[in-house]
Design a protein around this ligand. Sequence first.
Ligand SMILES: Cc1ncc(COP(=O)(O)O)c(C=O)c1O
Length: 409
Amino acid sequence: MNAPIKRPFDVEALRADFPILRREVQGRPLVYLDNAASAQKPEVVIGAMSNAMRGSYANVHRGLHTLANETTEAFESARNSVARFIGASAASEIVFTKGGTQAINIVAAGIDIQPGDEIVLSVMEHHSNIVPWHFLRERKGAVLRWLDIDEDGRIDLDALDALIGARTKMVAITHMSNVLGAPTPAADIVRIAHAKGAPVLLDGCQRAVHGRLDVTALDVDFYAFTGHKLYGPTGIGVLYGKAERLAALAPFEGGGEMIDIVEQGRVLYNAPPHRFEAGTPPILEAIGLKAAIDWFTNQDRAVIEAHEGTLRERAMAALGDLDWVTLHGRAPDKGAIIAFSVAGAHPHDVAQILDRQGVAVRAGHHCAQPLMQRLGVSATARASFACYNRLDEVDALIEALHKARKLLS
Ligand SMILES: Cc1ncc(COP(=O)(O)O)c(C=O)c1O
């Protein structure tokens, strides 16, 4: 996906937008390599949320006063920004949720499932794209059909084709693994599923950050992603759904705003997207997400992708040179997400020793236990890069790993 960098990239200028990157950890400059878990926030996001609270804030919709109208405008303008960002054909196809997890839960809870209906998912899904489907298995008798991957996270399209049948009610697959960094061939997945009449949900929580998106061109039915990995705030995510797919989905939660008429004997629901936004929505978070998306789209995305490609290649090469490190996932087009194991050391111990040197990585099962089982490990360490990471931070990771190895062996 990311070609090596060709144009110069002023990473320092970009880093200046992120106040937290100026802090120290354990008496050393912070080297933040936990971006796949959550990314840091640029000043414009912090400012947009705080300015809203200082200058124009009220509850949204149905307001008959200035602040309510201004806030509604800001909230709905965030929906427009998201729609443009992912290439949706209308803002009404964008549902604000509290995160990527809730976006997937809305779809799983809203589709019609009869006993024996099938859901196809891959073994490298995040638990957010597994457990909502397990609910359907437990509660409605759905059958989960699992698509295997190779060691690098590539899927076999013929195997996918063979798994989809007349009873497939959803093909739910990640657009980029949060562990292996492997992107999935979304256009092929959609083509194969649609040829058999099955809808597709892509979990784009990682991919939305690491590449450009056009959900309309992809022809995908549902696309889920989360704000906090995209330099935005926590507490907000997005469910994109084709208009006709959202219209066919039963509402997830009941409450204010998602209704048209409520009487003692009946209830009529509002149209999407509001049908899926019961209660007071994440107003400030939507304003923050808009600021993040506007900031991100104002950057030269091609240069950022190339920079992330350079970071990934440098890290993969340096880690690959260490015969006591095992890399998990070597797809050449992978995102800058690198899972690895250190021989003879538990990933948690590795992460703690790296932290003492100011280097933040994640260790554990990464909410992907079926993938851990597939890889034959219980946990891994994971370094994940963002647009603001520098090449010398790769070197800091390697140096810190050498120290960890000495201490742990
Ligand atoms: C691939 C993937 N899907 C879903 C999620 C869940 O996102 P959230 O926790 O923001 O709901 C994550 C978060 O790590 C993820 O990496």
